[in-house]
Design a protein around this ligand. Structure first.
Ligand code: GLN
Length: 492
């Protein structure tokens, strides 16, 4: 079969169950595509071909023996932030260019239990800091829709791999938008779960109170399959929550769009930086949801102006603490010929970390330092609480909140936005992480340059099923999620 990459995850599970193709054939098919196409996309940092084929053979054997479960033998790509036993895990950094993890992240381990076949590790902004994937030590990844544009970030490799049909789905992480914004830039569906829903064990930490893993795929249905694997309590992550996990696939039709109250925050849609095409496509998608029976309700989110300063204080503060472990001593990059221990620390860190990461460590360390802690970090935590309360108040009156995932479509590679411009691009996603809420991106059309536009739906705590269900129903009556970039149409 030449078009296995066109099948949805559900179709893959059905095809494998009916023995229409084997996991080996499917895995070989994807590996061939990666070999032929990824030189132009650069989504993979590491391709684990040999191991993938071995896993595929094991999956096929298990199926023959009657031990297969639903996803046994389906391939996946993991963001290179998830530790993978025996495979390089770089977090997009020179600091970890030589790091071979001695253990699996819980998300990866759960994937193995579910029978997923790891195709490889995909590119990302260094330590997940960025919105373009350009800060990766391994170079930029291309947006499959326009190869001279970025796929977004930080989970840009995950998004590009799926959008170019180089993986059926992929894991991502979202600290301030890193699942939703690349999903938006690449025309995909991506879910950032409630904080605590997915284990962070073995997920290299950026800002621990904000980081959350989630699925990236073509559709809500495909995301639901991966969410069923990723979600759940983990004793190894003290912030993971002991709460029953929904069957996200079974619940895909569980929420009715009829009567669903969708909040439209005035402050979001009247923002000066919101691109006219993005705004128009989102309004069309909301009109469509209205036609399906949803009720649109104008709401206020008064803290909008505080999002960027609050996030860009808390995230770097936590990053400065988390990244202090990379000292050149125990693992990772080590500077050559140090004259003493201080020289070893200093040079390992200044040679091993890129510019954006170093800047954030400096800002974060400053904000946490004795004389400034109350004025900056404590203050930011207080504002964070107000942002959360703003959302909770809104949810008293609406079921979900609609927003753009990003104010623009994908930037050009090398556009060199100022740091302020770049950070303002996160305006619609970061508050969700500050509040710990779940949110989903769904593709809803294209701008004048044929670049994808994404709609974000933000839900109340633990409403992943509802978000996936609403998007699933939208996707049953629209076809934006079925559109493919030209490069994805190529056969290997
Ligand atoms: N763009 C944001 C940042 O650079 C969010 C990144 C993320 O979610 N990992 O911090």
């Amino acid at each position: 079969m030449t078009d296995l990459h066109r099948l949805s995850v559900r179709e893959l599970t059905e095809g494998l169950a009916a023995a229409k193709f084997s996991s080996r054939e499917l895995t070989e098919h994807y590996l061939k595509r990666i070999e032929k196409i990824d030189a132009r996309v650069q989504s993979y940092v590491t391709v684990t071909a040999e191991q993938a084929l071995a896993e595929a053979d094991a999956a096929d054997a298990l199926r023959k023996a009657g031990g297969a479960t639903v996803l046994t033998g389906v391939p996946i790509a993991h963001k290179d932030i998830f530790c993978t036993h025996g495979i390089k895990t770089t977090a997009g950094s020179k600091m970890l260019d030589n790091f071979i993890s001695p253990y699996d992240a819980t998300v990866v381990a759960k994937g193995k239990v579910a029978g997923l076949v790891t195709l490889g590790k995909v590119n990302m902004d260094e330590f997940a800091m960025g919105s373009t994937s350009e800060s990766s030590y391994f170079g930029a990844t291309a947006n499959p829709w326009a190869l001279d544009h970025v796929p977004g970030g930080s989970s840009g490799g995950s998004a590009a791999a799926v959008a170019a049909d180089l993986a059926p789905f992929a894991t991502g992480t979202d600290t301030g938008g890193s699942i939703r914004q690349p999903a938006s830039f690449c025309g995909l569906t991506g879910l950032k779960p409630t904080y605590g829903r997915v284990s962070r064990f073995g997920m290299i930490a950026y800002a621990s109170s904000l980081d959350q893993g989630g699925p990236m795929a073509r559709s809500a249905e495909d995301c639901a399959y991966l969410m069923n694997v990723m979600a759940g309590h983990d004793a190894k992550d003290s912030t993971s929550v002991e709460k029953n996990v929904d069957d996200y696939v079974a619940n895909l039709n569980g929420t009715s769009v009829k009567g669903l109250r969708i909040g439209i925050p005035k402050q979001y849609f009247n923002a000066a930086g919101l691109d006219a095409d993005v705004k128009a496509r989102i309004e069309e998608s909301l009109k469509k949801l209205e036609d399906m029976g949803a009720v649109l309700v104008e709401i206020d989110l008064n803290m909008t102006e505080s999002y960027v300063p609050t996030y860009y204080l808390i995230a770097p503060a936590e990053a400065s603490s988390n990244l202090s472990r990379f000292d050149g001593v125990r693992y990772g990059y080590r500077a050559e010929n140090p004259v003493d221990l201080m020289d070893l620390y200093k040079r390992s860190r200044s040679e091993g970390f890129g510019k954006e990461v170093q800047q954030r460590i400096l800002i974060g360390t400053y904000a946490l330092s004795a004389g400034y802690y109350d004025a900056y970090y404590v203050k930011a935590q207080k504002v964070r609480r107000l942002i959360q309360q703003d959302f909770l108040k809104a949810f008293e009156n609406v079921d979900v909140i609609a927003a753009p995932s990003a104010p623009t479509t994908a930037y050009r590679i090398g556009a060199n936005l100022s740091q302020v411009e770049m950070y303002l691009g996160d305006i619609y996603t970061i508050a969700v992480n500050l509040a710990g809420l779940p949110a989903i991106n769904a593709p809803v059309g294209f701008d004048k340059d044929s670049l994808p536009v994404g709609l974000q739906l933000i839900g109340n705590y633990w409403s992943e099923s509802q978000l996936l269900s609403v998007v699933h129903q939208y996707q049953q009556t629209t076809d934006w999620h079925t559109k493919r970039a030209a490069i994805a149409e190529e056969n290997a």
